[in-house]
Design a protein around this ligand. Structure first.
Ligand SMILES: [Zn+2]
Length: 495
């Protein structure tokens, strides 16, 4: 568990190199993932509300003589259906229109490849001021290790860090991603700024490590793990300074606001920190709203004859998918993959499917949003792969999956109490028998770049070209009672 310190301690000395009596207001977001209109919670979010709120807080700051900056900690692009509009150009343009001073490079930015990033960087309206000090790109993607903001006599250093987790690193090839500690410390050490901010797409636990192992950081604005932190988490740096770490949820459901004072003499003070819910009663910025509407029109045209806002049914509770336990929706999705290719079993990862479905009306768009991923703009999402294994190999793979995967594993057809008791369709696995297993394209491609698991995904695995979100949609639309189906999935599934 991370180090949490009570509100009283918030006013303690955080560091000791400030001397100009200014107040700095930092407005921050992370992991927007192109959820332009609302998040998982449909009563929250929307870029137009975010913009209106940032403008109003900046005006309030101006009236008090504060300096205001806007930061995003990465993953503003790929990750929802809306990103498909205009091959990503709407999402880049909208991020630009939110007027961020600096944006961290997230893994969902580089999952589309360097060429896509480079193409956006060439268009002035889509050129985002990206930072990541641990990312070396051979092509120009408008990326810098960090950026300096000079404002009202303040020198503000913002250094970037992006996730170096193995499962994402390959997506950036031929760019090189290294461990963030040394490059962050090196860059900040050269700036001699009034305040040093790490804008991090590393995730909360990795942020605590970053602070512990890198000098000069005064504050971390984080992302990647979608944590809605109501209070800062505090890390300790190598010189035993207390460093606040904040993060603002995901999908524009919240705006983070942190206000720090840089006194004439002495130390940085944390004046306030709050997470503002972007509830739907809030005013909207008209320019952003117009651009979102244009993007939505283009998106709708892209999916015709499907109607994205067509209501398929109503569900009476939230159905999550990325839960470590096998949930009804995870079960349903895994069964669908398995059935679509007549495999003996299906094995996938819950974290690849977003959060799930929220209680209330469910639209075609909501279903397609369960699995919106793509690696390029040619295909409309990930496809189903199948691999064949002997019973004994399958046993090793399932065992490895349960030991290594940190998130929910979606299983269909496989009952797993322990490796010895592994069953397929209720029958004990036969070591010499051949079994066909279904996976998502994302699992296969990522696994092929990881040495401990790549041997399970040889070239003989087949891309069936069946698009996952299409089969999930077809299946759900054919149900007479969607609620009932989801509720029954875990009870019914063949074990
Ligand atoms: Zn991320």
């Amino acid at each position: 568990m991370s180090l949490k310190i009570s509100a009283i301690l918030v006013l303690v000395i955080l560091s000791t190199n400030f001397a100009n009596g200014k107040v700095l207001q930092i407005l921050h977001t992370n992991d927007l993932h192109s959820f332009w209109e609302h998040g998982f919670d449909k009563s929250k979010g929307g870029y137009a509300r975010l913009k209106a709120m940032m403008d109003s807080l900046e005006a309030e700051g101006d009236s008090k003589g504060w300096v205001t900056i806007r930061l995003d900690a990465g993953d503003f692009s790929e990750g929802s259906l809306d990103f498909f509009a205009g091959n990503g150009s709407y999402s880049y343009r909208l991020a630009k229109m939110l007027n961020y001073d600096v944006v961290a490079l997230g893994n969902h930015e580089f999952v589309m490849g360097l060429n896509a990033l480079a193409a956006h960087a060439k268009i002035p309206e889509e050129r985002i001021p990206l930072v990541a000090s641990n990312f070396e790109s051979p092509v120009d993607i408008n990326l810098k290790p960090g950026r300096i903001i000079y404002r009202s006599g303040l020198k503000i250093a913002v250094v970037g860090a992006t996730t170096d987790e193995k499962e994402y690193r390959w997506g950036a090839l031929p760019a090189l991603i290294t461990a963030p500690m040394a490059p962050v410390q090196h860059w900040l050490g050269e700036q001699n700024a009034d305040i040093n901010i790490a804008l991090s797409h590393l995730g909360l636990d990795a942020d605590i490590n970053l602070v512990r192992e890198s000098k000069f950081i005064d504050l971390v604005i984080g992302g990647h793990t979608h944590d809605a932190l109501e209070e800062p988490v505090y890390g300790l740096d190598p010189d035993k300074n207390i460093v606040p770490i904040v993060q603002a949820g995901s999908h524009a459901e919240y705006l983070g606001r942190i206000v720090v004072e840089l006194p004439q003499k002495g130390s940085l003070l944390l004046k306030s920190y709050e997470l503002l819910p972007m509830s739907h009663e809030l005013p909207e910025d008209q320019t952003i709203k117009d651009e979102v509407n244009r993007g939505k029109k283009e998106l709708n045209a892209l999916f015709l004859p499907l109607k994205l806002d067509h209501v398929i049914g109503e569900i009476t509770q939230d159905y999550v998918i990325a839960d470590p336990k096998l949930t009804p929706l995870a079960c349903y999705v895994a069964n669908t993959l398995r059935e679509a290719v007549q495999a003996d079993a299906a094995l996938d990862l819950g974290e690849l499917y977003g959060k799930g479905l929220a209680q209330g009306k469910v639209t075609v768009g909501d279903i397609l949003n369960l699995q919106p991923h793509r690696y390029d703009f040619e295909t409309k999402g990930w496809t189903i792969y199948t691999c064949k294994y002997t019973g004994s190999t399958l046993r090793s793979l399932v065992n490895l999956a349960f030991r290594k995967a940190e998130n929910a594993i979606l299983l269909s057809g496989i009952a797993h109490k322990n490796v010895i008791g592994l069953r397929i369709d209720g029958n004990r696995i036969v070591d010499s028998k051949i079994y066909k297993v279904a996976f998502s394209e994302g699992v296969v491609k990522a696994a092929r770049h990881q040495f401990y698991v790549n041997k399970f995904f040889p070239n003989s695995c087949i891309d069936t070209k069946i698009v996952i979100k299409d089969v999930i949609l077809q299946k759900i639309m054919s149900e007479t009672d969607f609620n009932y189906r989801l509720d029954r999935c875990l009870q019914d599934r063949a074990l």
